[in-house]
Ligand binder design. Structure first.
Ligand code: GLN
Length: 456
């Protein structure tokens, strides 16, 4: 094994008997390794962290839970890892995930599924795709963890595992060294039991990085006005009031609304019609980007190479042998969307996305830092909704539903993808056994921490 690394599991087999039942951490760092230890001083000294295995670390491997990258060793740390270590935090391991971030369960992994630590006597899913990152902090293995959130992958597992999960505004946190899934949506998010720690980590990571061409420029950052603390107008988008919400989730949402009123905030039902089209829009755009991204793993330029040496078959065999079923499905869906036979699905989806961006913008009081000629219809500071439809299903229930129809697993993202498509900052906090998410205007991330603290 590589210097500084202990394999906790390999290919779904337990290699370390002392490892816990959650299967949330797939590589553990050795204490002696200097590449994992923080600088000793800094605002995060005394804390420890775990990183989703699609984020590059010098120590250990960076596999994205895919056989195609099973032996990939990064020569560098991702910017986010470098910044955290520089502020004194200690890297303790790498977390399990759905292969390349594609999924809502952390069951699509070459390391086997992650089990939710919140439930002692039954095997429930942790949510995904950052299920390992959520389960690891829920099980107290580190002070905080990093995940990635493309369409809800930090917030959904945070909700299922009972921890805080934060997705920043698109472009706020550097993605240099993060294995891409869908670049127009990917963000790096933060998970912890403690909202103060999430905020502290955010403050360290919230900076321009010239290595990431999609990172928000300093000029835009300086132009952003933030919502001031105090009495806020909180919007409830009516499109989130759907019959699929289970009873406990509705109760948690109501409790949150009561608490907000008690705190002196005012509530308002608002309408964002394009939320209804978000799920199909998301799965059209995300799969198209994924198909294009993953074309680099052909066994010649990058990734696993098949033993089948017949020249014509190398690429096909390498990809078929190394990508899991869900990843192959996304590639097929994405290539269909991008092909001429599909009509103009991709362009239509991009159009709906723009409409959604405009509609979200109309309900917020603050200006959008990247838009001009804005029409304002409502005066909301913050929006609130549940993060997930229900508590997590058991592994068995999840598999059965998925086998019935793979689209069932896509439904779990219905509440999280709208903010992702619009690039908005969002935080999910545990209320009464489930996650409640707050969303704000593009760039207005910091108000989320104070509202989360007040409601918790
Ligand atoms: N479940 C969604 C998907 O599979 C979101 C994943 C993510 O945010 N990485 O695309």
């Amino acid at each position: 094994s590589r210097r500084g690394l202990t394999a906790v599991r390999a290919y779904g087999t337990l290699t370390n008997k002392s490892c816990d039942r959650t299967n949330s951490v797939i590589w553990r760092c050795d204490d002696s390794d200097s590449d994992s230890v923080g600088s000793g001083s800094g605002v995060l000294s005394g804390t420890s962290f775990i990183v989703k295995d699609n984020i590059a670390t010098k120590v250990g491997y960076t596999t994205a839970a895919s056989k195609s990258l099973h032996d990939y060793q990064s020569p560098f740390d991702a910017t986010v890892v470098r910044l955290l270590r520089h502020q004194g935090s200690k890297l303790v391991g790498k977390a399990n995930l759905d292969e390349f971030g594609m999924g809502s369960s952390t069951t699509n992994s070459m390391f086997g599924p992650t089990i939710n630590p919140k439930y002692d006597n039954e095997d429930r899913i942790a949510g995904g795709s950052s299920g390992g990152s959520a389960a690891a902090v829920a099980a107290d293995m580190a002070s905080f963890s990093l995940g990635t959130d493309t369409g809800g992958s930090v917030r959904l597992p945070a909700s299922y595992c009972g921890v805080v999960g934060f997705k920043p505004t698109y472009g706020r946190i550097s993605r240099w060294g993060v294995i891409p899934y869908a670049q127009t949506l990917d963000t790096v998010g933060i998970l912890s039991k403690d909202v103060d720690i999430v905020e502290k980590v955010y403050e360290v990571l919230n900076q321009y990085d010239e290595k990431d061409p999609t990172c928000m420029t300093t000029k835009v950052r300086n132009n952003i006005v933030s919502t001031a603390k105090g009495q806020l107008t909180i919007g409830i988008p009516e499109q989130f009031i759907i019959e699929e919400l289970d009873q406990d989730t509705k109760i948690a949402w109501e409790l949150t609304l009561h608490k907000l009123v008690q705190l002196g905030h005012s509530l308002k039902v608002v309408s964002i019609p394009s939320i209804k089209k978000s799920l199909s829009t998301y799965y059209t755009l995300a799969t198209a980007e994924a198909a294009s991204n993953l074309s680099r793993y052909d066994g010649i330029r990058y990734g696993y190479k098949s033993d089948n040496n017949n020249e014509d078959d190398t690429i096909v065999s390498s990809r078929c042998e190394s990508f899991g079923q869900e990843v192959q499905r996304r590639i097929i869906l994405g290539n269909y969307t991008l092909s001429s036979e599909s009509g103009d699905h991709y362009l239509k989806a991009a159009q709906v996305r723009q409409e959604l961006v405009q509609e979200f913008n109309q309900v917020f009081k603050l200006p959008h830092p990247l838009l001009e000629n804005e029409l304002k219809l409502n005066n909301c500071d913050v929006l609130v909704s549940p993060t997930a439809l229900s508590k997590p299903p058991t592994l068995k229930e999840y598999d059965e539903k998925n086998e019935e129809n793979f689209l069932n697993s896509y439904l779990n993202d219905i509440l999280t993808v709208p903010a992702s498509l619009a690039g908005l900052p969002t935080i999910s906090i545990p209320i009464n056994g489930t996650g409640i998410q707050f969303m704000t205007q593009y760039g207005d991330d910091s108000i989320l921490f104070s509202i989360a603290r007040d409601v918790l």
